[in-house]
Design a binder for this molecule. Structure first.
Ligand SMILES: Cc1cc2nc3c(=O)[nH]c(=O)nc-3n(C[C@H](O)[C@H](O)[C@H](O)COP(=O)(O)OP(=O)(O)OC[C@H]3O[C@@H](n4cnc5c(N)ncnc54)[C@H](O)[C@@H]3O)c2cc1C
Length: 393
């Protein structure tokens, strides 16, 4: 059974519904039985990505012409929800892979480069990472110091330091954001490059609180050869466009994690007896459950808004930010309540509520923190209001 609200199905094509049912089946057989072990090992097996590629999960939105499934943003978000119910780390990898690692070259690379990238980036042959963040550039991407310079023979070489890169050192290829010069306005000019990961220098796998199975990497680049993705100087606008879709994925990841935790809490309420009563009979816990449901439905509705606009080809920066901000904060609250409902058992690693709780926290930070989303949202509102008042914009 699919986790999404039945209303979502009205916005999906029959092949998308079939894909989501197959994804739910994939989660039951390939993910659920192993997720706790991957977390313990702090590693996602390589063959999981190969299998996911064969199942269409590595190219959900990529058109069939390049080997993808050609589904919409809503189908992508709902697939991430299904995966996140069982494994936040893998959901995060899939969310980033589809929106950023595939979305970026698909939207901006030359046809010649696309021919090198596809279908391997979508069929599971290649894992791809997307590297923007640096020790001095997190929320403030203007702090990027990685530089790309043009060699006399017309090729580019890249030198810099990247941190917190999902799939980083396990990837086969990487998209790297670098400074290529100065704009007419005197700001840094950003461009994106396609590189072979084997030419980077590993620093470490970063130990994280949640999503431990994900390979979160720190690495250096020393005169690594890269191919320009899109026009020189288009890196920042391309990255922002990809992040609009990425944030839909993180909203989906948030909802899936919370749904996974709440399902366990419900089961616990029905089976655990204290003071001669099932937990389900305690109103204090019933109310926690009700609050989770209200907030998760609100998050799903906001996600649907963003996805419907995105699938119509309309701008959805504001809607994606609203959905990501609300869903991630609601998920943290829901996972926290679910853990509390489960009591001491919820805090143990005998169940995966505590894993959902740790994983959900990442969603308030990655792909733009909650504070950054509030900046994006308020800026959009103020700009739209100012644009309607002559002399203010
Ligand atoms: C597990 C994990 C996976 C990740 N994967 C990737 C990846 O694949 N690729 C990639 O490029 N990056 C990745 N990141 C990096 C992630 O996108 C950044 O961590 C995030 O953008 C926040 O940047 P920062 O950590 O440097 O925080 P900082 O920018 O140092 O922010 C610290 C705090 O200050 C707040 N803050 C910053 N600026 C402002 C402001 N102007 N107003 C108000 N508050 C502000 C922030 O919201 C935050 O609370 C990953 C991070 C993690 C933890």
């Amino acid at each position: 059974m699919l986790s999404c609200h039945p209303l979502c199905l009205d916005h999906l094509k029959p092949d998308e519904v079939a894909f989501l049912k197959a994804t739910a089946e994939f989660c039951t057989t390939e993910i659920a039985p192993h997720a706790a072990n991957w977390e313990e090992q702090e590693e996602l097996p390589r063959e999981l990505f190969t299998k996911a590629g064969r199942a269409g999960l590595m190219g959900i939105m990529a058109p069939a012409a390049v080997g993808g499934r050609g589904h919409g943003k809503l189908c992508y978000a709902l697939a991430i929800i299904e995966v996140a119910r069982h494994c936040g780390a893998f959901a995060m990898n899939l969310a980033a892979h589809n929106a950023l690692c595939v979305g970026h070259p698909l939207g901006f690379a030359s046809d010649e480069l696309k021919q090198k990238i596809f279908p391997r980036a979508v069929n599971g042959d290649w894992m791809v990472a997307w590297a923007l963040t640096e020790p001095n550039a997190g929320s403030d991407t203007g702090g990027v110091e990685t530089r790309a310079t043009l060699r006399p023979d017309g090729t580019w070489e890249i030198t810099g330091h990247k941190i917190y890169i999902t799939m980083g050192l396990h990837s086969d290829r990487m998209i790297v954001m670098a400074v290529t010069g100065t704009t007419e306005k005197g700001k840094k000019e950003f461009s994106a490059f396609w590189i072979e990961t084997k030419h980077s220098t590993p620093v470490r796998k970063v130990k994280t609180a949640g999503v431990r199975a994900s390979n979160t990497s720190e690495l250096k680049l020393e005169r690594v050869t890269g191919e320009l993705i899109g026009a020189r100087g288009s890196g920042q606008s391309a990255a922002l466009a990809c992040l609009d879709v990425g944030r839909i994925g993180i909203a989906g990841m948030s909802i899936g994690l919370a749904r996974g935790a709440v399902a366990i809490a419900i089961e616990r309420m029905l089976t655990r007896v204290q003071f001669g009563k099932r937990l389900a009979e305690f109103q204090a816990l019933q109310f926690k459950l009700a609050d989770c449901e209200v907030e998760l439905r609100a998050a799903e509705a906001l996600l649907l808004q963003a996805c419907v606009l995105a699938d119509r080809g309309q701008k959805h920066t504001l809607e994606s930010s609203v959905a990501k901000l609300y869903a991630s904060e609601a998920a943290s609250r829901a996972c926290d309540r679910a853990l509390q409902i489960c009591g001491g058992w919820g805090y143990t690693r005998d169940t995966h509520v505590e894993r959902c709780w740790r994983d959900a926290r990442l969603c308030e930070i990655g792909e733009g923190s909650s504070e950054v989303q509030r900046i994006v949202i308020s800026r959009a509102l103020l700009k739209s209001a100012a644009d309607q008042r002559p002399g203010l914009s």
